[in-house]
Design a protein around this ligand. Structure first.
Ligand code: ATP
Ligand code: MG
Ligand code: MG
Length: 289
């Protein structure tokens, strides 16, 4: 296959979203697999976009955390812009939920804690993800959660709507302020994390609709169906955490991911004070972190 940067041999395509295609590749120099994300050609002519792509690739590469996909390299060659990252052997959270439905409470809490830990690290470093969704969360075979597309989503533009009128990101995870096309910050990631947690414990996303606009409007106006009315196994404490993360009013929403982590850990404590399932295998090979 094609070789980029004189070392990345492109193997099969593993996926593709709105702005890029992702390939499995082999680094010839280090003799290891990597994932190469290649920017779609529609975007390579946009100078402003490329500037942001570079800046945000650097931001993503500055993050080093066990729950964040590592960025190894970026390059530009023959009008191809690409980013080289850690190859994750596993599946996306979207695929996992599609095949298994709602996850068990401890397993869902464990995954939520790992995502929150990734976000806490990013926010501490003043990086906002802005495209947190279950497709951007990978579950490695050993149960480790890896959040992808850090900072890359941000390269798109400060608005969620491109000059061609396309909406970037998945509207199903948009915070109300993102749905309005307005200013987004850490609080937007918190809302999107709330949507992912909702999906983890109910097996479905809170809002669906015929068009992106109709979904966006629901995020702005409509109250989601309570998680406990969909799945009665969900503890009240966990539902409260999800609903506070998904608060439409930013002043009512969690202020920081660290607070979500504290509450999630608290929700795992049993009445006798023991920490639930500590070191106990939860689901296949997944242990509580
Ligand atoms: P969007 O571009 O709208 O964010 P998306 O998140 O589905 O959509 P990509 O981020 O381009 O699209 O990723 C496409 C797919 O490639 C993912 O769903 C995942 O299956 C796979 N993938 C992405 N990054 C990696 C990686 N580091 N290792 C292995 N597979 C990956
Ligand atoms: Mg993605
Ligand atoms: Mg993406």
């Amino acid at each position: 296959g094609k070789v980029l940067g004189g070392r990345y041999e492109i193997l099969e395509k593993i996926g593709g979203g709105g702005m890029a295609l992702v390939y499995k590749a082999k680094c010839r120099l280090l003799n290891r697999y990597v994932a190469v994300k290649i920017l779609r050609s529609e975007f390579t002519g946009d100078e402003e976009f490329i500037k942001k792509f570079k800046r945000e690739s650097q931001a993503a590469a500055s993050l080093s955390h066990p729950n964040i996909v590592s960025i190894y390299d970026v390059g530009m060659e023959d009008d191809i812009y690409y980013i080289v990252m850690e190859y994750i052997k596993g599946q996306t959270l979207k695929e996992l939920i599609k095949s298994k439905g709602a996850l068990g409470i401890e397993y869902a809490t464990n995954i939520s804690l790992q995502i929150a830990s990734a976000l806490e690290h990013a926010h501490t470093n003043h990086i906002v993800h802005r495209d947190i969704k279950s497709h951007n969360i990978m579950i490695r075979e050993d149960g480790t959660v890896k959040v992808t597309d850090f900072g890359i989503a941000r390269a798109v533009s400060s608005s969620t709507i491109t000059n061609t009128g396309n909406i970037i990101g998945s509207v199903h995870y948009f915070s109300p302020e993102q749905a309005r096309g307005g200013y987004t910050d850490e609080k937007s990631d918190i809302y999107s994390l709330g949507v992912v947690m909702y999906e983890l414990v109910t097996g479905r996303i809170p809002f669906e609709g015929e068009t992106p606009i109709s979904v966006a409007l629901k995020h702005i106006q409509e109250e989601p169906e309570r998680p406990r009315s969909i799945n009665s196994k969900i503890p009240k404490s966990l539902e409260d955490i999800i609903m506070k993360a998904m608060e439409k009013d930013v002043s009512q929403r969690y202020n920081s991911v660290s607070e979500i982590i504290d509450d999630l850990k608290q929700s795992l404590i049993m009445p006798n004070g023991d920490f639930v399932k500590k070191n106990k295998v939860l689901d296949e090979n997944t242990k509580v972190i």
